[in-house]
Ligand binder design. Structure first.
Ligand code: NAI
Ligand code: MG
Length: 498
């Protein structure tokens, strides 16, 4: 018996445990006792249940976070000690990397190797990076002149103070990493948190909550309430005891968050959808640009807010690039995330499968040509073939709307003067890609693109030091880097008459 248990992976052991949410340092069921089902998207089968928290649970979690913010070991902790706790969280993520990667692969569907190489180390690195900020959040001393008070003297400075209790609502495409992006800076600034993971992928956030307690985080500093968006999420967004909401997800729900936050004017940051242009010029190194363009859309099965989903290619090389990207698409090995040969897993849920295949059908009806892919793969699980579409344009839903699946629309262009207006012709502005060997062309185009990130001769590069966020309807504010620290602090100006 003992050996049988030993043979199980840590993730399998975690799966067998009764799942509870973390409120005020205690592991609890939802007050009304309901649970929600957790699916393995590769098989379309229920693998676990977690509490379906509701408004009552959110109330308790917000109250715990408020107590922890105002009077606790956390509020009294020195910045240096706070930084050490955050560092330990990063270290413990790395120590438990195999388990976290397996949970992520099982819950979200992404290939285990990708979760192990990208999601988990990036999440750890975010905490390690933010740990250093804990001791480096400070105001300025400001020499002021005060024209209406000649001769008077003042000592003036600013203080940077934590915003307070923060509600964080995160999506299912990078469950652990999105939790890290949000928790890291909130902890570095000394805020306290109620985190609501996506209902599709709650497992890694619950495991991360255990890790955070092991790292020495005092009770109530981070509370994790699992539950549905329309109930737990909406209650959090509207809660008068919350000082700020940080949200990542659909633009549609982002707008609901803003409305919910309007009553008490709580702070809001949003990381929303995208329809990012990826531009290949004829002078680019096509041996780089073709796999680069394929990675830009197919990474994480296209379930990336910054996916390069509109592929603009200069006419002279259009046929070559279209053929090259299509060939790569057709070679991608689609399968369960836990299968070591898999390069692309299933979409996250039956709902997303329906959404993405619905887009593919609408393209077909409107006469958009499918070069490769275009349909569901297999009968079990939520797999969609990597898809390349040709001939879509304004008025086609596949061109205008975020699909959030492995679907790219390729569009030729003739004149490089046309490309900035075309690239910007969307309500979104999250990211953009440029492939060229002409330095002048790249540098001239970068400032013309209305996007929060521009990648040149690369794509999908993320780092804790590099701010990420959107122009236009792709969001408000930035995550990561020094910039995010400002999103979790208020500035207090102090003026002392001498
Ligand atoms: P969603 O925006 O509904 O879900 C994201 C998070 O918001 C989840 O935690 C969910 O529980 C929560 N939520 C949902 N409704 C809420 C409400 N009324 N109040 C507060 N929180 C709420 O996204 P969904 O439905 O899972 O996916 C739909 C589309 O959204 C995707 O096809 C994709 O286009 C986009 N999306 C974008 C993401 C991004 O990274 N920017 C991530 C996930 C989805
Ligand atoms: Mg939704």
């Amino acid at each position: 018996m003992a050996t049988a248990v030993q043979a199980k992976s840590h993730a399998a052991v975690f799966l067998e445990q009764d799942k509870r949410m973390l409120i005020d340092g205690d592991w609890v069921q939802a007050r009304h006792g309901r649970t929600l089902e957790v699916y393995d998207p590769a098989r379309g089968e229920v693998i676990d249940h977690v509490p379906a928290g509701d408004a009552e649970d959110i109330d308790l979690a917000v109250a715990a976070a408020r107590r922890a913010f105002e009077d606790s070991d956390w509020s009294r902790m020195s910045a240096s000690d706070r930084g050490r706790v955050i560092w330990r969280i990063g270290d413990l993520i790395l120590e438990n990397a195999d388990e976290l990667a397996e949970l992520e692969s099982l819950d979200n569907g992404k290939p285990l190797g990708v979760a192990r190489a990208a999601d988990v180390p990036l999440a750890a690195d975010l905490f390690l990076y933010m740990a250093g900020f804990a001791t480096k959040i400070h105001g300025q001393t400001l020499p002021i002149s005060v024209p209406f008070a000649p001769g008077a003297q003042f000592h003036s400075y600013t203080l940077k103070e934590p915003i307070g209790v923060v509600g964080q609502i995160i999506p299912w495409n990078f469950p652990l990493l999105m939790a890290a992006w949000k928790l890291g800076p909130a902890l570095a600034t000394g805020c306290t948190i109620v985190l609501k993971p996506a209902e599709q992928t709650p497992l890694s956030a619950l495991r991360l909550a255990e890790i955070m307690l092991d790292a020495g985080l005092p009770d109530g500093v981070v509370n994790v309430v699992t539950g549905f968006g329309e109930t737990a999420g909406a209650a959090l967004a509207a809660h008068p005891g919350v000082d700020k909401i940080a949200f990542t997800g659909s633009t549609e729900v982002g707008k609901l968050i803003v409305k919910a936050a309007a009553d008490d004017l709580k702070r809001v940051t949003l990381e929303l959808g995208g329809k990012s242009p990826n531009v290949v010029f004829a002078d680019a190194d096509l041996e780089m640009a073709i796999p680069g363009a394929a990675n830009a859309i197919f990474f994480n099965h296209g379930q990336c807010c910054c996916a390069g989903s509109r592929l603009y290619v200069e006419q002279k090389v259009y046929d070559d690039v279209l053929a090259g990207v299509s060939e790569r698409a057709s070679q991608i090995k689609v399968g369960p995330g836990l299968d070591p040969d898999t390069e692309m897993g299933p979409l996250v849920s039956a709902e997303q499968l329906e959404r993405v295949t619905g887009y593919l059908q609408s393209g077909e009806r409107e006469g958009v040509r499918t070069v490769t892919g275009g349909k569901q793969v297999g009968e079990h699980g939520y797999f969609v073939a990597p898809t390349v579409l040709d001939g879509a344009g304004k008025g086609n839903r596949v061109f205008d709307e975020e699909i959030f699946g492995p679907v790219v629309t390729a569009i030729p262009f003739k004149d490089s003067a046309d490309i900035a207006p075309a690239a910007n012709e969307t309500v979104y502005g999250l990211a953009a890609g440029i492939w060229t060997n002409n330095l002048t062309r790249a540098h001239r185009l970068i400032p013309q693109l209305r996007a929060g990130t521009v990648w040149v001769n690369t794509y999908n590069i993320f780092d804790a030091a590099l701010p990420f966020g959107g122009y236009k309807q792709s969001g408000w504010g930035r995550e990561m880097g020094e910039e995010v620290i400002h999103e979790y602090t208020e500035t207090k100006s102090v003026c002392i008459g001498l």
